[in-house]
Design a binder for this molecule. Structure first.
Ligand code: NAD
Ligand code: DAU
Length: 345
């Protein structure tokens, strides 16, 4: 198999490439990645030193970049996206560009070069907030953030290529992933690394929003199954059924790092913050036999250990451009939280 992995230098994409190197060592993998702020070439360093992986820096929105990378590839897994909800609230332009237009360019080029499956990696956020019950694949899509709306647009476009052109598209809607190499803007790596440095943990709103936490390797196993055995024209939910409030996740992080509870600050909420996501995963488990294997405690233990052992990876990020982002996102919120805390004393 000759596989194109777009966005392979990011969190899930790089974990997927590492997973493939162990599971399908004879595959030839090409990674196409723009190396935005979230893409880290060092995530693939070990793999690039072998012969199994070719890296191309390029943009999925540029047909000429995609055509070159796709040459000789049988199948595609598209991870490339702008992925952080908070950033999409501040500026949605790159989200619409990459998460929709980028998918269109990939699909057009795949029509010319491909043959195997086009796996579009989507998200449980396309269902919007689900107060009760679980989302099934045929439920209405009600995305609420510019991020989730762009992801919904991308996957709908991909599915339209199946209906119109019979492009063999499979869509995966995964829940919140966590694990090694996740950029420290997301809840778990941000709080782990802040707690390791004795810095405040800015918890949004009342901390009672719920997410279903999926260890990244379990997701990678599901994605490989979908690539090889998923039915074209079909959508598959992938979730672990490990639903926790953000406060519960925060407490588990404090315990994993041995940090005190008074680091937690309740800060102004994310605008339009979805309360809960929850997936019905019976399709992927009944059709393909997939089940999550890593429980939250064990997954968090492995993740915390990775961040402890790889300080230079995240310290380099956090001491660079990330500082401006953090300042913009959190300084006013943390100041207001401190003022509230002082009043309460
Ligand atoms: P990430 O932000 O860590 O990585 C995204 C990667 O895409 C980066 O390497 C970046 O450089 C690359 N990229 C961005 N724009 C590009 C462009 N125009 N051309 C080429 N490359 C580009 O993201 P992630 O968390 O690993 O998510 C990967 C995919 O999985 C995304 O499609 C995301 O929507 C989806 N997803 C993520 C989660 C999660 O919890 N992280 C859950 C469900 C679905
Ligand atoms: O559900 C899948 C989605 O999970 C993916 O599609 C997205 O790409 C990924 O970023 C993630 O989105 P979330 O918005 O759920 O993840 P995030 O880590 O940003 O936030 C998780 C929860 O924690 C959410 O309820 C907001 C809250 N939060 C987040 C941050 C960064 C805080 O309370 N404080 C924070 O500082």
């Amino acid at each position: 198999m000759r596989l194109l992995v777009t966005g392979g230098a990011g969190f899930i994409g790089s974990n997927f490439c590492h997973y493939l190197a162990g599971e399908r060592p004879d595959w030839r993998v090409t990674v196409l990645d723009k190396l935005t702020y979230a893409g880290r070439r060092e995530n693939l360093e070990e793999l690039e030193s072998g012969k199994g992986l070719r890296f191309i820096q390029g943009d999925i929105c540029r047909p000429e970049d995609v055509a070159g990378a796709m040459e000789d590839c049988d199948a595609v897994v598209n991870f490339a996206a702008e992925t952080h909800v908070d950033r999409s609230i501040q500026d949605s332009a790159d989200f619409v560009r990459t998460d929709m237009e980028g998918v269109r360019v990939l699909l057009e080029e795949f029509g010319n070069h491909g043959g195997g499956t086009f796996l579009q990696v989507s998200t449980d956020e396309v269902y919007g907030s689900v107060e009760k019950g679980r989302s099934g694949e045929d439920d209405l899509l009600r995305p609420t953030s510019p991020y989730s709306a762009s992801k919904a647009g991308g996957e709908l476009l991909a599915m339209s290529y199946w209906h119109t052109h019979r492009t063999p598209v499979v869509v995966a809607r995964s829940s919140n992933n966590y694990g090694p190499r996740q950029y420290p803007e997301k809840l778990i790596p941000l709080f782990l690394t802040n707690a390791m440095d004795g810095q405040r943990l800015p918890l949004y709103g009342d901390g009672m929003n719920r997410r279903d936490w999926l260890y990244v390797e379990d997701n990678c196993r599901a994605l490989l199954l979908l690539l090889e055995e998923g039915r074209p024209g079909r959508v598959y939910n992938v979730g672990a059924g490990q639903e926790l409030t953000n406060l519960e996740v925060t407490e588990a992080i404090l315990e994993a790092v041995g940090a005190p509870r008074d680091l937690v600050s309740f800060v102004d909420d994310r605008p339009g913050h979805d309360r809960r996501y929850a997936l019905d995963v019976s399709r992927v488990s009944e059709e393909l036999g997939w089940r999550p294997e890593v429980g939250f405690q064990e997954g968090l233990r492995r993740t915390a250990q990775w961040y402890m052992e790889n300080r230079e990876w995240w310290e380099e990020i956090k001491s660079g451009r990330f500082r401006e982002y953090y300042q913009r996102m959190y300084s006013d919120r943390l100041r207001r939280a401190e003022q509230r805390e002082e009043k309460e004393l």
